[in-house]
Design a protein around this ligand. Structure first.
Ligand code: AKG
Ligand code: FE2
Length: 364
């Protein structure tokens, strides 16, 4: 039976030994590419997370024409309809069984992109939540710089400052309908080419993230995320509430290393491949393992991701750090998606977007 991933839980909220916390964070980023950040509600208040999920529900429940008017553009902002994005185009026959809405930069609390009228009143709160995520991402970047002894340790943080210029940073609301909705969709379109057996479908195909790091917020009782272990074959579920955090005010924030921090460190920090499956999907690798004390939950699943990117012109050569310079592993190890072809953060982002939104980039 598949075991749940043994991802370390780190507390960065205290006044403890910053150097030790930074080292722990770096070791987790090297070994797993994923780390839980304990959430006592200091960096990101629990109410702010609850409110963000409520806004997400309102947004996805908005009338279809409101969402259609905000369709995702080449700037990666806006609404991505069901099955529109395909995170693993080499292996998926059907697009991801999910809907998403991407928010780019806000200026003075105002989105710089069309927003469904249904959530217009929420704009300042969405902007505020994005700011909380930005601040946490800077803190994590600083800790990674300290832990890797980069010269200077603020190297990553500086590259992420908004004052440096535009970046690909995105706050993304995600909604994954239940498996029963998939069955209904298939009955409605039994003869189309998109038909597949339910076992082939995933909520989000296997991928690594395109940015430097990702913050992920999930809800209790809504599992489904899995990571690919180092053997390159075993999928391991990532619980929302790992052991020891059951009594925390909110589930920990899950942080993962994306391609850019991996490139920046010659592959020392691991941009781990992951996916989202339906609960207990045996064919998809769930194997009936009990995650978060629940199996066979066929409900709607929501998550919120903050994809942190440095300013677009950032060059992704190895950073000045003895640890990075002394690392011989290389990028290809364990991540077939991390093919190094790019020079800057923006060029890398464009390459990945073109692969996962075939239709969007063909249309033009
Ligand atoms: O919804 C999740 O749990 C993960 C989503 C994800 O991996 C992504 O959007 O990049
Ligand atoms: Fe992801």
């Amino acid at each position: 039976m598949t075991e749940i991933a043994k991802i370390p839980i780190i507390d960065i909220s205290g006044d403890g030994d910053e150097t030790q916390v930074a080292k722990d964070l770096v070791e987790a980023a090297i070994e797993h590419g994923f780390v839980y950040i304990k959430n006592p509600g200091k960096d990101i208040p629990v109410e702010a997370i609850d409110e963000a999920f409520e806004m997400s529900k309102r947004l996805f429940d908005a009338p279809l024409d409101e969402k259609e008017a905000c369709r995702i553009q080449h700037n990666n902002r806006g609404w991505s309809a069901m099955n529109y994005e395909t995170l693993d185009p080499a292996n998926q026959r059907v697009g991801d069984f999910k809907e998403a809405f991407n928010f780019g930069d806000f200026v003075d609390g105002k989105a710089q992109q069309p927003i469904p009228p249904t959530i217009a009143a929420d704009e300042p709160q969405i902007s505020a939540f994005r700011d909380l995520c930005y601040n946490l991402s800077l803190k994590l970047n600083t800790l990674l710089g300290i832990g890797l002894e980069v010269t200077p340790p603020t190297f990553f943080t500086t590259a992420h400052l908004r004052s440096r210029g535009p970046s690909g940073t995105i706050l993304r609301f995600l909604r994954y309908p239940p498996r029963s909705a998939l069955a209904a969709q298939q009955q409605q379109q039994p003869t189309t080419t998109t038909v597949s057996s339910a076992d082939d479908d995933v909520r989000a195909g296997a991928h690594s993230d395109y940015g430097s790091l990702t913050l992920l917020f999930r809800l209790r009782g809504q599992p489904g995320l899995e990571i690919l272990l180092r053997d390159g074959q075993t999928w391991s579920p990532v619980p929302v509430v790992p052991p020891g955090t059951e009594h925390d005010p909110a589930p920990p924030v899950l942080v993962n290393i994306g391609d850019l921090l991996s490139y920046w460190t010659n592959g020392l920090l691991r941009s781990t491949v992951h996916r989202v499956v339906f609960p207990s999907s045996v064919a998809a690798g769930g194997n009936g393992v009990v995650v978060d004390g629940e199996t066979d939950v066929d409900g709607m699943r929501y998550s919120i991701a903050y994809f942190c990117h440095p300013f677009g012109g950032t060059e992704l050569g190895p950073v000045p750090s003895e640890r990075v310079e002394g690392y011989q592993g290389g990028l290809a190890e364990g991540n077939p998606y991390a093919e190094r072809k790019m020079l800057t953060a923006d060029e890398h982002l464009m390459m990945r977007l073109k692969a996962s939104y075939a239709q969007l980039y063909k249309e033009k």
